[in-house]
Design a protein around this ligand. Structure first.
Ligand code: MN
Length: 135
């Protein structure tokens, strides 16, 4: 089991199920939230290593939740990938402006998602180490 904890914020049960299977394949530990409010609580409680954030959520949407996380000095370094069923260029730009580490378009390739996660953890290693020292 990897020591990496990934928080998935996704309101669609089918997508959550799929994510559960994918992250199990990658040996990641997983936290689950079906709305942004629960997700924000889990971010503060567990400080996950990475967040997969659905954009369209009931109540608060994924963009607003990401803005809140990025404004919080204790949480802003956690990489957040947007999960969305649509990806127009303007949406991509908006997402990157807000501070997402990247963009995952649904339906996604399992292999590519695992590669994206592995790449992110490799490139953020130094950053993660320095944030661990602060704790
Ligand atoms: Mn959704």
């Amino acid at each position: 089991m990897s020591d990496k904890i990934i928080l998935v914020i996704e309101d669609n049960e089918m997508n959550m199920k799929l994510m559960r299977a994918v992250l199990k394949t990658g040996n990641y530990q997983m936290l689950e939230a079906m709305d942004a409010e629960t997700g924000l609580r889990l971010v503060r409680e567990h400080h996950p290593d990475l967040i997969l954030m659905d954009i369209q959520l009931p109540g608060m949407d994924g963009l607003s939740a990401t803005k809140i996380i990025k404004k919080d000095p204790d949480l802003k370094d956690i990489p957040i990938f947007a999960l969305t069923g649509f990806a127009m260029e303007s949406d991509k730009k908006k997402a990157l402006d807000i501070g997402f580490a990247g963009y995952i378009v649904k339906p996604f390739s399992v292999r590519r998602l695992l590669e994206t996660l592995a790449n992110c953890f490799n490139s953020h290693q130094a950053e993660i180490r320095s944030s661990e020292q602060k704790v």
